[in-house]
Design a binder for this molecule. Structure first.
Ligand code: AMP
Length: 284
């Protein structure tokens, strides 16, 4: 695996890779777990060559968020990527990706201000700006993202469409711990007790999914059920429970045509998100 840190050498290496087949890109912030590796597996399945990036993007952290504490495990990450068969790792410095004179940002208006965008102002502007730069630097044919960050996916789909990036976005299913907790680099912050408590998110989403499957399509009711189940644990602060269109992130009244049911909570100081895509109901 080539490990590259500068933009010109990465551009050259990616151009060379693409002369012999398609290139898949898996952008990450490192502290890699099985969720990230599932994206690599999907990219390996589809593409002749696979590139990953590790960049803890300061633009997507708010002033009171965990940028300084965010886990950084570069050597272990390299070993995992190498073992997974990644061809090229782009691991730039902050100064390389966001030079001091940087004045151009990518803002996906509307979508970028919904769900997590409400609670983390500027977050999706930071994500979209860096992913746009990665698309320019690596010129992938496909890019792989986790369904776990469903709002991010909606923002990046809109950005890719609006800015005419010739990149196919591929959404990959959420990988979970045995308890049902969605894997996340931030799970490292949780105590064993909190990790166990956090599994209520998936149980609540599953309960709502069962109601939807049983024909209860009223989103107010599904949201209330999900909220009630999560709120039983007084250690959890609910940031949002929402049923939205997965493309626009606008609220829906009914799940009959399908919906994204998404939650964000705080457990102690750790922010966790999870979601489920509710399938359109079968017409009888
Ligand atoms: P991050 O390093 O948290 O920025 O995540 C990098 C990519 O991995 C994003 O596309 C995430 O959506 C994806 N990802 C993170 N956790 C999971 C998970 N548990 N299952 C699937 N994909 C994930």
């Amino acid at each position: 695996m080539q490990i590259l840190t500068t933009i010109p050498e990465t551009q050259t290496a990616c151009r060379t890779l693409r002369t012999t087949g398609t290139l898949g890109l898996v952008p990450t912030m490192g502290a890699l777990h099985a969720g990230h590796l599932s994206l690599i597996t999907a990219a390996k399945r589809d593409c002749a060559h696979v590139a990953a990036s590790i960049f803890v993007n300061p633009l997507q952290f708010g002033p009171n968020e965990d940028l300084a504490q965010y886990p950084r495990t570069f050597d272990e990450d390299c070993a995992k990527l190498e073992a997974a068969g990644v061809d090229l790792l782009f691991a730039p410095t902050v100064e390389t990706m966001v030079p001091k004179n940087s004045a151009t940002f990518v803002e996906v208006a509307g979508i970028g201000d919904r769900l997590d965008g409400v609670h983390r102002p500027g977050h999706f502007r930071g994500v979209a700006t860096i992913v746009a730069k990665l698309f320019h630097i690596l010129s992938p044919d496909r890019a792989y993202f986790g369904q776990k960050d469903a709002a991010q996916l909606a923002v990046l789909r809109a950005m890719t469409r609006d800015l005419n990036f010739p990149v196919d976005l591929v959404a990959c299913p959420i990988v979970r711990e045995p308890s049902g907790l969605a894997m996340s680099s931030r799970n490292e912050y949780l105590s064993a007790d909190h990790r166990q408590r956090a599994s209520i998110l998936q149980r609540a989403l599953t309960a709502a999914t069962d109601l939807h499957k049983a024909g209860r399509h009223n989103t107010a009711q599904l949201i209330a059920t999900t909220r009630q189940l999560i709120a039983q644990d007084h250690n959890i602060n609910i940031e949002y429970v929402a049923a939205v269109d997965p493309g626009t992130l606008l609220p829906l009244d009914s799940t009959a045509q399908g919906a994204l049911l998404a939650v964000a909570i705080k457990l102690g100081t750790t922010r966790l998100i999870d979601n489920v895509l509710l399938e359109p109901a079968h017409v009888q």
